[in-house]
Design a protein around this ligand. Structure first.
Ligand code: GDP
Length: 504
């Protein structure tokens, strides 16, 4: 590297950052696992047991040279779309995994939308070709039917057939990633200060606040300071994705930095500073500009029922996704409000807060729960609800919203009849002939009497006859006779409207 001229430095090829997308169960995780297991050679004792936000592999290109590829390990479920969309922005190339058994599915198309929005070059990987029910032609047809035209099927989208389980075709897929990267000509300048994004941040019980960053350009060096949004950290404890200490890292590498003053938000861009003061100044300016995300509680007079939620999550990403999903559940009459949220273990302290707020829903999402917190909950009769899948949490929360929605009684129009003929009248009892215009009217019903567009009063149906027989109900289209108790003389073309009181 030392003999490189600055011009050559500026023109350094940058390893591609790959995001794997596609419908649930089509094999994204299996593919990521397979590549990780088969292409990471220098593994530490014990290997990678923990979830990592991104990892790097080495793959020999067609010309024999070893090249690096970085993979984002984004959670696959739809509720993580906020991260996935950011994954799209962070990534250089997308691999769209489509099962050869199922073809294109809703989330395949969702992923395609993200790919198009981000203008990401992409490769289609037709997966599960080892399965007896795999049908490659049908899968390619299904792709074409959905506007994805692969090579040989009316288009030029690269397509590789693989089995993420047996590994068949995976080296070809890696070759295709490098080929696509070469065509796109991704470049970086290692002489610049590093820049990139926060992939994940969490609380490490032993080490403190940690975040995984992906470097998209420049070089990150020990002794510098990083700021992401309003959070800062010294570049002192820096590790690669396998937990090995690093002194320096450059583009396309994921690095873990420990020792933040607060948790940086997932997807946030990071910047590098030479002094701690500069980093703190940047963070302070950022904090001033960004509005707080806490939604105000509705006015107690408004009649809106508030469902307060305390949620502890395992990562900033999952908390963000939960916030987004729960916000969608609020209705005109019910407001779902996260009153407290955090990362890490659910503690007795969190529950003490819950006690002060009536009917608080306490949720742990993949978070550990203190033994003392459990004991406290038992004593106080508080229930801690544990989830590890976001849509399960939202489904459950939907039920809570339905349960807590205050019931209101409303009158709905059950039926309307038009007066056709007046037969007789004694005192306020009138016998009329009518036709049901819509819905149905029941014997005994109270009716509003409408004359043109005005209500002229309220009456009551005392008897109903259809085809000269007494009946209890008449329905749309029927002509019927009725004995109506009403003080004003009815006239042809008046309308009788029957209402029903329902709970909503
Ligand atoms: P994801 O939801 O897209 O991450 O899908 P997963 O990787 O969890 O895969 C879903 C299921 O399909 C799992 O049971 C996998 O073992 C299985 N699977 C994934 N890829 C293959 C494959 O190439 N062949 C076979 N036979 N099974 C696969």
């Amino acid at each position: 590297m030392a003999q490189n001229s600055p011009q050559q430095n500026m023109a350094s090829l940058r390893p591609p950052v790959i995001v794997i997308m596609g419908h649930i169960d089509h094999g994204k995780s299996t593919l990521l696992d397979y590549i990780r297991k088969s292409n990471i050679v220098e593994r530490e004792a014990g290997g990678i047991t923990q979830h990592v936000a991104a990892y790097e592999v080495k793959h020999a290109a067609a010309d024999g040279t070893e090249r690096r590829i970085t993979f984002l390990d984004t959670p696959g479920h739809a509720a993580f779309s906020s991260i996935r969309e950011r994954g799209g922005r962070i990534a250089d190339i997308a691999v769209l995994v489509v099962s050869a058994e199922d073809g294109v599915k809703p989330q395949t198309l969702e992923a395609l939308e993200v790919i198009k929005d981000e203008k990401l070059p992409f490769i289609v990987a037709i997966n599960k070709i080892d399965k007896p029910a795999a049908d490659i032609i049908r899968t390619k047809t299904s792709l074409a039917e959905n506007g994805i035209y692969v090579e040989g099927f009316g288009g030029s989208v690269s397509c590789v057939q693989i089995s993420a389980k047996t590994g068949e075709g995976v080296p070809d897929l890696l070759d295709m990633m490098l080929l696509t990267a070469d065509l796109e000509d991704f470049r970086g300048d290692p002489s610049l200060p590093a820049s990139g994004y926060v992939l994940e941040s969490n609380l490490d019980p032993k080490k403190g606040l940690s975040a995984t960053l992906i470097i998209k350009n420049g070089t990150l060096k020990g002794g510098q300071f990083v700021a992401a949004g309003s959070a800062t950290a010294p570049v002192r404890i820096m590790e690669d994705f396998q937990g090995k200490p690093l002194k320096e890292a450059t583009f396309s590498s994921p690095v873990r930095i420990i020792g933040w003053d607060k948790l940086p938000a997932v997807g946030e861009e990071f910047k590098v500073f030479e002094t701690k003061n500069d980093a703190l100044e940047f963070a302070a300016a950022f904090a001033e500009q960004s509005p707080t995300s806490n939604e105000p509680l509705p006015d107690p007079e408004s009649g809106v029922t508030v469902i307060p939620v305390i949620v502890k999550g395992d990562t900033v990403g999952s908390l963000e996704a939960i916030q987004k999903e729960l916000a969608k559940l609020s209705t005109e009459r019910v407001a779902v409000r996260i009153v407290q949220s955090g990362i890490g273990t659910l503690s007795e302290n969190d529950l003490r807060n819950a006690e002060g707020i009536k009917n608080t829903v306490i949720v742990s999402f993949n978070a550990k729960i203190d033994a003392t917190a459990r004991a406290y909950a038992l004593r106080q009769g508080l229930e801690i609800h544990e989830f590890n899948i976001i849509y399960k949490l939202t489904e459950w929360m939907e039920d809570i919203v339905a349960e807590r929605t205050p019931k209101v009684l409303t009158d709905v129009l059950a039926g309307e009849a038009k007066v056709l003929k007046i037969f007789s009248k004694t005192k306020d009892r009138q016998v009329v002939g009518c036709r049901v215009e819509s819905g149905s009217l029941k014997n005994g019903a109270t009716v509003k009497v409408m004359r043109r567009d005005a209500e002229i009063g309220e009456g009551r149906i005392r008897e109903l006859q259809h085809n000269k027989n007494k009946t209890s109900e008449v329905t749309e289209g029927m002509e019927f006779g009725a004995l109506v108790e009403f003080s004003i003389d009815l006239a042809p073309a008046d309308r009788l409207q029957a209402f029903e009181t329902v709970e909503k």
